[in-house]
Design a protein around this ligand. Structure first.
Ligand code: CP
Length: 307
């Protein structure tokens, strides 16, 4: 039976732990001069991206190559999607080319789950609408675990446009499973409906969010998904909700800053914070490659063997 990876809700804490452990093994392997393994030799991985991406798409392609797989990358601009081909027809076409894994990013929530029902290849969700970005949450948890040794009891504040953030949604689910304490902080207009029912504390002010936190996860203001009027101005948003050095001083000693990228410099996060040693955005990118290697290995292996 094939393995799809559509959301963190489908795996438990022990499976996440095993994926993170395997990612550490992969990091060790690709840190040397010769990065290529033959774990996925003879397999093929297709990245099918209906939305823009630098990190997710390139890291999946490199992860697959480092594992010895053949890779093909498709973006809507250069494909028959531009001629009107449907999502399912496109996915089935790739499937019949004997793709073993299809990694998809789509603006519509549920698109990866839909194609997973129509193809024999394993499907990995590379981000779907406002629903989930599970591989981002995996790499974020990997970064935190490498820094602090464990996720259990870690206090993580997610700050910014929570409403439009599939990164926030997946991190809330994943971190709660791993025993971290999650807080969220955003203007009311940028909080999703039903946030009170999720396993996180909704902070009323910056002090509540930053004080006692080990990790501050800044979120991009998603200007492309915004309706007008969700906050008065970019300057005011930055002043009241931005991640600044002054606010970081309220966190626990040794606290880190993370950002999934791409960041709007000087809007949701100040440049001096983004460029400081406490910000692990660049290590997150490396974590993205190795966690995706671990995940590709898991998807390509038999469902009878656990991760
Ligand atoms: N964090 C993230 O998903 O970045 P990309 O949009 O560049 O893939």
């Amino acid at each position: 039976m094939k393995r799809d990876f559509l959301a963190l809700a489908q795996i438990d804490s022990s499976q996440i732990e095993r994926l993170l452990k395997r990612a550490a093994f992969m990091e060790d392997k690709i840190s040397g001069e010769f990065k290529t393994l033959d774990i996925l030799k003879g397999k093929s991985v297709v990245t099918l991206f209906y939305e823009n991406s630098t990190r997710t798409r390139c890291s999946f392609e490199l992860a697959a190559k480092y594992l010895g797989a053949q890779t093909v990358g498709i973006t809507t601009g250069g494909s028959s999607v531009k001629k009107g081909e449907s999502l399912i027809d496109t996915a089935v076409t790739l499937d019949r080319m004997k793709a073993d894994v299809i990694v998809i990013r789509h603006s519509v929530a549920g698109a990866p789950a839909l194609i997973a029902k129509h193809v024999g290849a394993s499907v990995i969700n590379g981000g779907d609408g406002l629903h989930a970005h599970p591989t981002q949450a995996l790499l974020d948890m990997y970064t935190m675990q490498k820094t602090f040794g464990s996720l259990k009891g870690l206090e993580v504040a997610i700050v910014g446009d929570v409403k439009h953030s599939r990164v926030a949604q997946s991190n809330i689910v994943g971190l709660a499973k791993m025993g971290a304490k999650v807080k969220v902080f955003a203007p009311n207009t940028l909080m999703p409906k039903g946030i009170q029912n999720q396993p996180c504390k909704v902070c009323k002010n910056a002090k509540e969010a930053f004080e006692g936190s080990d990790v501050i996860m800044g979120l991009r203001i998603q200007l492309e998904r915004q309706q007008k009027g969700l906050f008065p101005s970019v300057e005011e948003y930055s002043r009241f909700y931005g991640v600044s050095m002054e606010r970081m001083a309220m966190c626990n000693k040794g606290a880190i800053v993370m950002h999934p990228g791409p960041a709007n410099r000087g809007i949701e996060i100040d440049c001096d914070v983004l460029d400081s040693d406490m910000c692990l955005k660049d290590y997150q990118v490396t974590g993205g490659v190795v966690t995706r290697m671990a995940l590709l290995e898991w998807c390509a292996s038999s469902a009878e063997t656990d991760c």
